[in-house]
Design a protein around this ligand. Structure first.
Ligand code: GDP
Ligand code: MN
Ligand code: MN
Length: 249
């Protein structure tokens, strides 16, 4: 059967304490095997992973970096607080967050939230995905797969795309190694980052501004086998190594 893509409409502006899975279940009749993608921004708003700029006191590093990036030092402090390791300070902060994801400004957002508030990424996005999956099973009895997404810039290319920051009920990677192509050649290196491919299309359906579609359901997607090691180890990560080398100069 062909894949069906269903944007979840008619959701309210999400507030801290809202039961997001329950609100989504009011809009969608889930089927076993559905893949539910949820924007990290709404998950964070529901869970209270937001901060008041007025309550943040920037430290010396935040003030120093903010002078270069021309950003609010309190916003920069929030980015530093969300970061496990800073890879680049200027022209934008690029950092790794505790989950292993590397993103611009540690994924801290000031869009789709009230003035003076910022949204931070869910600190444990894998757990977030598992929790949404469990909640949907509890409410509907259906076994769905869940991806938590964020909009992210990319190396080498202009333009942002959606990526997966957490997932449950599937592996991140569809591992083709050992499989044979149309001509019988054994594939040696192909590991497809399926969660990111789905997140990217979900992000397209969601849009980035006032569309109000923070969740998208994919129906009739095949299952796959693979693993979750989507982040390079420090040894494998040649871009990170180059950034570090550059920092020393
Ligand atoms: P991010 O990619 O996770 O940072 O989230 P975005 O801010 O880009 O929002 C993704 C989608 O969710 C867009 O369609 C937004 O309009 C929508 N959205 C964001 N917050 C809310 C909300 O509180 N309620 C509803 N209904 N939609 C929202
Ligand atoms: Mn975001
Ligand atoms: Mn987005």
């Amino acid at each position: 059967m062909d894949i069906q893509v269903i944007g979840v409409r008619n959701l309210p502006l999400i507030q801290r304490g809202d039961d997001l899975p329950a609100l989504i279940c009011e809009q969608i009749a889930f089927e076993d095997g559905d893949i539910l993608t949820v924007a990290s921004s709404v998950y964070s708003k529901a869970k209270g992973f937001t901060r008041e700029l007025a309550s943040i006191v920037p430290g010396a590093d935040a003030v120093r970096i903010a002078a270069k990036t021309k950003e609010d030092p309190r916003f920069v402090q929030a980015v530093l607080d969300s970061s496990a390791e800073i890879l680049l300070e200027y022209p934008f902060i690029l950092s790794e967050v505790p989950s292993g994801h590397v993103g611009v400004r540690a994924g801290v957002d000031h869009s789709n939230v009230e003035d003076g508030r910022i949204i931070i990424l869910p600190p444990d996005p894998m757990r977030a995905a598992a929790e949404v999956r469990d909640a949907i099973r509890r409410i509907t009895g259906k076994d769905v797969r869940v991806i938590i997404t964020d909009t992210c810039g990319r190396a080498f290319r202009r333009g942002q795309t959606g990526i997966a920051i957490g997932w449950a009920g599937m592996t991140a990677i569809d591992d083709y190694r050992g499989d044979t192509d149309l001509f019988g050649h054994v594939l040696e290196i192909t590991e497809e980052a399926v969660v990111d491919e789905i997140a990217a299309f979900a992000n397209f359906v969601m849009g980035e501004s006032h569309q109000g579609v923070p969740a998208v359901v994919f129906r009739n997607c095949r299952a796959w086998k693979g693993h979750d090691q989507v982040y390079f180890t420090p040894k494998e990560d040649i871009i990170r190594a180059a950034l570090k080398e550059n920092k020393k100069d």
